[in-house]
Unconditional design. Sequence first.
Length: 216
Amino acid sequence: MDFADPAFWRAGAISTIAVMSIVLIMLTIDSLAAISPGGSHVPPYAVINQHIDYRFDSDRGFDAPVIGGAEPLFGKPLDEPTAAGTGRFAVQRPLLLPGAARLPQDHRLHFHDASMVTGDADPEDVRKYFRGLWLAQRDIHLRPERYTHYYKEEFPARFRDQMDTRRWGPGERIVFEPYTREAYEEARDWIAGRGIFAPSEMGVGRYEDAILAVAP
């Protein structure tokens, strides 16, 4: 065996690639089986026929789903093919029929959102856009019952006659707040402290260059 022979290293590289390709294929097949409905990590779609709750898992440190006894989503059990069409939709859409997942209807989730503006955007157009969002949010906040019927468009037509959206909540609410220098620097420090981006990819870090201020 001549370690100086290029053929030896070429053969080693080829065999390594072949072996790792086989390992990757096996891992992919195993992962797909685990994350498919009915797999080890995902219940079958017919789970919508059962009571679903969330409870705090002290070992994992967060709320985890708990599947209970029989409690059909639409009042009657669905077989697996029917549940597949309905369940796939219910899991992937952010809206559920009241009581679908038996979660509290009055819950709060706070998060920050931002909009990116190109360098040549007209500040007046930006102002008009956000003014429109503010007016729409005001109308929804004052009379949400006028707009909750639009939720029905998020569901298949066959379920809409079962839905009474008059008592549904307004959904996400946009709260307009100034993006302060303190908030900007705190966010950058949080990102940098966790190494999400390399220091060279964090930008110049100038608050003035990161915001666009327009009058209401």
